[in-house]
Design a protein around this ligand. Sequence first.
Ligand code: ADP
Ligand code: MG
Length: 259
Amino acid sequence: MEIHKILQVENITKTYGKGTNKTEAIRGITFDVFKGEFLGIMGASGSGKTTLLNCIATMSKPSTGKISLNGQDTALFSGKELADYRGKEIGYLFQEFELLDNLTARENITLPLSIRGVTGIQSEKELQIISERLDIVEILDKFPSQLSGGQKQRVAAARALISNPSILLADEPTGALDSKNSKVLMDKLSSINMEQNETIVMVTHDANAASYCSRILFIQDGRLFHELRRNVKTETLTHFYERIVTVVAQLGGGSSNVL
Ligand code: ADP
Ligand code: MG
């Protein structure tokens, strides 16, 4: 089977501000993401995780280095290519859901399609498929204020996935959920990854959520610190969880050469 490299992050740095206000959020990070991977990114608060996702999403521009999707340099996208990249190739899931309060779940989910002029039967069909996968068919006519946190995040996931993006980027998607709802969300994302071969890049603090990943990059002070891989066929979530917790403990100690 051909292994397809979807995303290439090549030696990127990101510096905010100037002079005494300068923050080097990313100090040189390189990695590839392959089609169908479920990549986790872990690291302490302030280590540059959100900055990295925002650079991949083209919401922020790296100071140096290159990010390519399917072999194309994202910095060179403009006009329609850039709009397609943001609206179609990339799905983004936020910690705080970011649903529009005055739209129903159905309208929130189909919004990315409406923006691209996809409506009617085509939109209805995509809505049906993604709502079944996320088990939200029964709540489509409710407004966000009528939904629990877990339901809101599954609606947000449906919105992020309805355009069948090349990559789903998720920034702490379980950060505002209790452990039961976190597990429901992770089970759904994991099946979408395995059954639909959807590529996911997920930032998380949560070792339970991270244990669903097939590979995890650990970031410390804007640099890669360690990498873990799980053989998804043979290693259990519990065993991988224990290995993750061990690395997280090392990260906390700030000792970068013990592993
Ligand atoms: P994380 O998501 O891992 O918590 P961030 O990527 O949000 O980390 O932040 C990394 C560093 O960059 C932090 O020191 C943060 O304060 C700084 N930073 C993030 N965004 C900005 C910004 N827009 N302007 C200035 N500094 C920023
Ligand atoms: Mg963050």
